[in-house]
Design a protein around this ligand. Structure first.
Ligand SMILES: [Zn+2]
Length: 168
């Protein structure tokens, strides 16, 4: 009697295209590619990408286990204790690297700023130039990467949600 269930009832939106989002695992620092905006890092951390390329941790371990494995693009950075950090590439046009400019803006601000505001000030002050499409996402990821890599030695600290400040 009952007809084979068609697509009418309980239709789920299934996107045929797998959109892959690349980001950085905040737990281990690996660069990973997430199928359909989420996946599980090799370190076991569940990751969710929102707003383009930003990768966030899904807190529940249970949720993590149900996720597909993310594709590891690069291994976590190896930090050798005591090894002096390589200086960022010298620029010849008087501009700073994105991270240097962000550190300066945050130090000047004296309060936590989100990535968008930080980038706006970097550009307004002429500290930085970019041709990137999503500079706030780029800077956000770079700051997260530095924190993941250097920990307490990082110039940056996470403040309230989505905001950063500089280490005191
Ligand atoms: Zn990880």
């Amino acid at each position: 009697m009952a007809k084979k269930q068609g697509q009418k009832n309980g239709v789920k939106k299934v996107s045929k295209k797998t959109e892959k989002v690349r980001g950085i695992c905040r737990a281990c620092g690996r660069v990973v590619e997430l199928p359909n905006h989420k996946g599980r890092c090799e370190c076991g951390q569940g990751l969710i990408a929102r707003g383009g390329r930003v990768v966030r941790i899904k807190e529940t371990p249970h949720g993590c286990l149900e996720m597909d494995a993310a594709t590891t693009i690069s291994e976590p950075p190896v930090v050798v204790p005591g090894e002096p950090e390589k200086r960022s590439r010298k620029r010849t046009d008087g501009k700073l690297s994105g991270l240097d400019a962000a550190a300066q803006v945050l130090a000047d601000a004296g309060e936590p700023l989100d990535a968008k505001t930080t980038v706006e000030r970097m550009l307004a002050k002429g500290l930085w130039e970019t041709a990137g499409k999503t500079p706030p996402a780029t800077i956000y990821a770079a700051i997260i990467r530095e924190i993941a890599k250097k920990g307490d030695a990082s110039r940056f600290r996470k403040a309230e949600r989505g905001k950063f400040t500089v280490a005191k």
